[in-house]
Design a protein around this ligand. Structure first.
Ligand code: G3H
Ligand code: 13P
Ligand code: ZN
Length: 311
């Protein structure tokens, strides 16, 4: 089976009240950990590559690794560009064989966001590739862009129909209070489910995407802190809120920080317990296993997409 787009995944997820996990990938061990979990759970997967990941790993290597994962698992896997910030970057990913791209022009004016997104949609659709866009601004850090909480803003439901009609986009990321990174909330977690509900009403059967959706497990933060790390106050989106979002219009849930924490916690403990080891296979193996564990947990307890690969 070749790489697939997210079209059919989202149709089934919307109808079934579950979501597909979109996991950020940067190297072989992360990809292997994610797809091993997907294989055991028979879950469809979206593997996403940020501009930073492209810079780190080279998109050609990542594409080949993801193709190897498809060959090895037989799973439906979509290869997606995360937070593309220009037409050129999206075009390059389309040309390199990605099956989905995100154009994130959410920092631009409404009119410019429409214009840039429309250009990407025209090119991508001509090549059989689907497009995600973003309306509203999430707080947090992604590559070089750091949106402070004060500059973040919720998605305005009054804008979404016009945006989707004028751009022809296939899915839409909205801002309802999540943010990127491992420090999402100072006090209680609060998501604007009223906005999500209104978006679902105004765009029936249209797949919505939730970025910044790591739940930041406390046991991982504690493990990182215990072995010399520094993540006091780390806090994510409670899993029950993510489950609620997945039962509504949200069909794609983006997770990166939780995988980073799982790897970091494992490596910190490993080097603490085995100071004389220096074979990368010895420490990357357990880190890969920990990625698999957390992805399995997400599939079973947050996304609800276990057994949905071919159903
Ligand atoms: O949205 C951001 C993702 O976590 C990717 O992070 O841009 O540092 O690769 P990155
Ligand atoms: P987290 O930082 O919550 O994992 O979000 C990742 C993300 O949205 C990638 O686009
Ligand atoms: Zn994101």
């Amino acid at each position: 089976m070749p790489l697939v787009t997210s079209k059919e995944m989202f149709e089934k997820a919307y109808a079934g009240g579950y979501a597909i996990g979109a996991f950020n990938v940067n190297n072989m061990e992360i990809i292997q950990g994610i797809v091993a979990a997907g294989k055991e759970e028979q879950a469809p997967l979206i593997l996403q590559v940020s501009a930073g990941a492209r810079k780190y790993a080279n998109p050609t290597y990542l594409k080949k690794l993801v193709e190897a994962a498809v060959e090895d698992t037989g799973l439906p896997i979509c290869l997606h560009l995360d937070h593309g910030d220009s037409f050129e970057l999206c075009k390059d990913c389309v040309d390199k064989g990605f099956t989905s791209v995100m154009i994130d022009a959410s920092s631009k004016s409404f009119a410019d966001n429409i214009k840039i997104t429309r250009n990407v949609v025209e090119y991508a659709h001509d090549h059989g590739v689907v497009v995600e866009a973003e309306l509203g601004k999430l707080a947090g850090i992604e590559d070089d862009v750091n949106v402070s909480a004060a500059d973040a803003c919720y998605t305005d439901p009054d804008q979404i129909q016009e945006f989707v009609e004028k751009t022809g986009v296939d899915s839409l990321a909205i801002a309802i209070g999540t943010s990127h990174g491992a420090f999402k909330f100072k006090g209680d977690a609060k998501l604007r489910f009223d906005i999500l509900e209104e978006v679902g009403r105004r765009l029936p059967n249209f797949p919505i995407v939730l970025h910044g959706a790591s739940s930041v497990p406390q046991y991982l933060a504690e493990e990182i802190n215990r072995y010399g790390g520094n993540m006091p106050g780390a806090k994510g989106v409670p899993e029950e809120m993510l489950r609620q979002a997945a039962s509504m219009a949200v069909c794609k849930i983006n997770i990166d920080s939780d995988l980073r924490m799982a790897m970091t916690a494992t490596l910190r403990k490993y080097f603490n317990d085995n100071p004389s080891h220096f074979d990368p296979r010895q420490y990357l193996g357990p880190a890969r296993e920990r990625v698999k564990e957390i992805v399995k947990h997400k599939i079973q307890n947050v996304l609800g997409c276990s057994g949905k690969a071919f159903n």
